[in-house]
Design a protein around this ligand. Structure first.
Ligand code: 5GP
Length: 144
């Protein structure tokens, strides 16, 4: 764990508290899932546990069961919603490893045959595109 510890004012903590908006696709008592604003591919979604930790290294192991159950649920919905050929699940720990937001989260990145992913946290997507993609995932989760 970094000596920096957990900052309760990180951007995902604010999203969890509803202080800043997000395109939510799923929520239960343990996690919230919402669209990444700088997606690496169509449907890039983040799953964030409500229990605070900086990343995987300082998290309570009890967090992971509910977190990864939700990751699987949302990944299946994203696969169906976008007819993805594959799904990358990733998670970064500390800045040298690529982490830019210091509240534990898991990336769900749909992948498509022959389509290279965009850079990590590189290009902002239009809100209307994020809203439409979130709706597709919600519909898949609802079994529509
Ligand atoms: P990390 O680099 O920490 O693994 O991933 C952080 C992710 O959060 C990046 O993919 C980045 O695009 C995304 N992100 C950064 N700021 C915001 C934000 O305000 N809202 C949302 N929904 N995603 C964000």
């Amino acid at each position: 764990m970094s000596s920096a510890g957990y900052d309760p004012n990180n951007i995902f903590a604010k999203i969890l508290r509803g202080e800043i908006p997000s395109h939510r696709v799923y929520e239960d008592d343990a996690v919230v899932a919402f669209m990444d604003v700088m997606p690496q591919s169509t449907g890039h979604t983040l799953v964030v546990p409500k229990t605070p930790s900086r990343n995987l290294l300082d998290a309570e192991p009890e967090t992971f069961g509910r977190l990864f159950a939700a990751v699987q649920k949302v990944a299946r919905a994203a696969q169906q919603a976008f007819d993805a050929d594959g799904i990358v699940i990733s998670q970064f720990n500390e800045a040298p490893a690529g982490q830019t937001v210091f509240h534990l989260h898991v990336h769900i990145v749909p992948r498509f045959e022959g389509v290279a992913p965009k850079g990590h946290a590189a290009v902002m997507e239009k809100p209307e595109v994020l809203a439409a993609n979130a709706e597709k995932i919600r519909a898949a989760l609802a079994g529509a």
